[in-house]
Design a protein around this ligand. Structure first.
Ligand SMILES: [Ca+2]
Ligand SMILES: [Ca+2]
Ligand SMILES: [Ca+2]
Length: 222
């Protein structure tokens, strides 16, 4: 994936609230994930799809044929021996549960997995000091690269909020946020920015909210 060709690329493909999961969307990685295409590259992906379906069956502990949140959490790794946080898992389900079943079936899982693979590349790219975590400055650079014009103060606030979610024990050992929190931060910011643009009807960068609208926004996030 090349986010340089599209400054908002990468996570916009799946992150849009109304777009749903990855597999019906255009773009290079979706083509690669297609089952019916020939060529060496796609063969490689097909093997991966088989491995994914094996992995899916392994983590489907109750053999229900779908992944519940806890099972999905077990399936997704941060790459540092920690599982995804349940908040990020729920966020992923809300984005990829196309049939609104509340669970992830095999087809949804493949799209979700490909999406997370893209994020792994971005994570590596923005972890400039190779610390294995994204520190405030790195998150700031990522947001800017994605076209989000936020101040360092917003980034600091976001990182503090996320690190509180991690609990005091984990926060003591690292300054930054790990892989799933990085996805969480970027997708949440995207959703906030989208909400803002929706409310900023005359596009002057200022949103006027009455009390009722503000309360609904606080409660529903939209
Ligand atoms: Ca299950
Ligand atoms: Ca589903
Ligand atoms: Ca880092």
């Amino acid at each position: 994936m090349s986010y340089q060709n599209n400054p908002n690329g990468g996570y916009n493909q799946g992150a849009g609230q109304n777009q749903g999961g990855g597999y019906n969307q255009g773009g290079g990685y979706n083509q690669g994930a297609g089952q019916n295409q020939g060529g060496g590259y796609n063969q490689g992906n097909m093997i991966q799809d088989q491995q994914l379906s094996m992995w899916f069956r392994m983590v489907d502990m109750d053999q229900s044929g779908v992944l519940e949140a806890e099972e999905l959490q077990r399936a997704l790794s941060n790459g540092d021996f920690t599982p995804f946080s349940i908040e990020t898992v729920r966020l992923m389900i809300s984005m990829f549960d196309r049939d609104n079943s509340g669970t992830i079936d095999m087809r949804e899982f493949v799209a979700l997995w490909r999406y997370i693979e893209q994020w792994r590349d971005l994570f590596r790219k923005f972890d400039a000091d190779r610390s294995g975590t994204i520190e405030n400055r790195e998150l700031f650079d990522a947001f800017r690269a994605f076209g989000f014009n936020v101040s360092p103060k917003v980034v600091d606030n976001m990182v503090s909020k996320i690190r509180i979610l991690d609990g005091p024990k984990k926060s003591r050992y690292s300054k930054g946020i790990n892989f799933d929190r990085f996805i969480y931060a970027c997708v949440s910011l995207k959703s906030s920015v989208d909400t803002f643009h929706k409310l900023d009807t005359n596009k002057n960068g200022i949103v006027n909210l009455d009390y009722e609208r503000f309360m609904i926004l606080q409660i529903n996030g939209k």
